[in-house]
Write a protein that binds this ligand. Sequence first.
Ligand code: FAD
Length: 472
Amino acid sequence: MIEQKQFDVVFIGAGPGGYVAAIRAAQLGLKVAVIEKDKVGGTCLHRGCIPTKALLRSAEIYRNAKEGSEFGINIDNITLNFTQVQNRKQQVVDQLKKGIEFLFKKNKVTLIEGYGRIENSGSDSNKVVRVETADGEKVVSTKKVIIATGSKPKTLPGLEIDGKYIITSDEALEMEELPKSMIIVGGGVIGMEWASLLNDFGVEVTVVEFLPRILPLEDSDVSKDITRTMKKRKVKIHTGTMVLPETIKIVDGRVELEAKKGEKMLQLSAEKVLVSVGRVAMIDNIGLENTKVEVEKGVIKVNEFFQTTDSNIYAIGDVIGGLQLAHVASHEGIVAVEHIAGKNPKPFNYLTVSKCTFTHPEVASVGLTEDEAKEKGYEVKVGKFQFRGIGKALVHGEVDGFIKLVVDQKTNTLLGAHMVGPHVTDMISEAGLAKVLEATAMDIAHTIHPHPTLAEAIMEAALDVDNEAIHA
Ligand code: FAD
């Protein structure tokens, strides 16, 4: 059966890009449909942000229970019930999925469950999307299409994902039991979050990173510090090391492989290999050949309002590359629909986007690293404060890490903030606000931070910019 409906905006994909922007579009009075082939919430809710953080939370509780004696809490016979860990993760995911479905109903967003593909409508102003649903095909007409199809895990040439021994984060999230050992190929955000949580669960973890440092997009001081703490926790880290896919063998239920570190060959072996070497945009088979949309380096090309080269088609989120983060996808979507609704939105300033890595200790940053600021020609001043000087960090028993602020010497404005330590993912938004408001280090230093809190470290780092930190 072919059913034809007319909308103002049709989204392909209900991840944090598509679903958030659909709600915003409906709030703006537009008639909105969202096409989703799988489940509302996308990668973020089902294979990304939320399930990994649910596992990380269980891992944290397990670690805390084991370390309880330091706090005077002796717990005998601590055991891990990984089935319950997975069940709880799923309950959180299911509850949030229901929440999105409720919000769609509340905002009168039409959800069409099926696979969407843009058709050749023969007109620039009227777009047509064909949807394969379980009950047959539907055709929707719309003034605007927003492509929010997201991304999928990438692998290395020759490194075949078999779903059993060699897996991506997608399969790792579905593991029914934990392996005793895991090699993680790729020391970026996803790889390091898995390294941290598996280590907390007692898995022997080896990280192999091709670049000279893990978390290579973070400030180099942050990479150094997180390497140190991870190594202290017995995570093995090989940087500047290339896995040789042709050497991979399965021997007696274990994966064996060779990796090249300079002139040295490393022989590595583990029960499983987790490949986390980045993600590729989902641009295949969505009908781009029926449009004027251009693709560059594997991602959809857009302008500052996320309009593609086919002006009635927009693209947001992971499918346009750049910072592949849920909150980025959502905000790109909001800018796109506000542009469609004629609201004149401000273009997105990526330098104000906070990035978080939920390792233990956590990592968070916003703006330029010290090296980037220097490369851009700034003369910089740096303020740094270690968590070990903060009372609340000592109370928590979490003293690893620091706050580093990079400031423009001429204007004293904040260029970047870099944090590694307890709960820094919850603290980075203060620096994000400072970036948006173009605050100076003194604005931050003169903001009275309550005592005893971890955020006092931000105030001390701001004071340290002019060597005025009190507890240094
Ligand atoms: P997606 O979330 O990928 O959603 C795209 C949706 O489109 C999917 O539901 C898909 O089924 C649907 N779709 C695709 N093609 C079609 C089609 N033809 N028809 C219909 N539907 C279609 N980001 C953070 O900010 N914080 C984190 O802590 C974080 N952790 C992560 C952990 C992991 C392990 C991973 C993999 C990612 C993580 N991310 C995190 C990244 C985050 O998940 C993505 O940046 C975000 O989901 C991108 O949103 P999106 O809407 O662009 O795409």
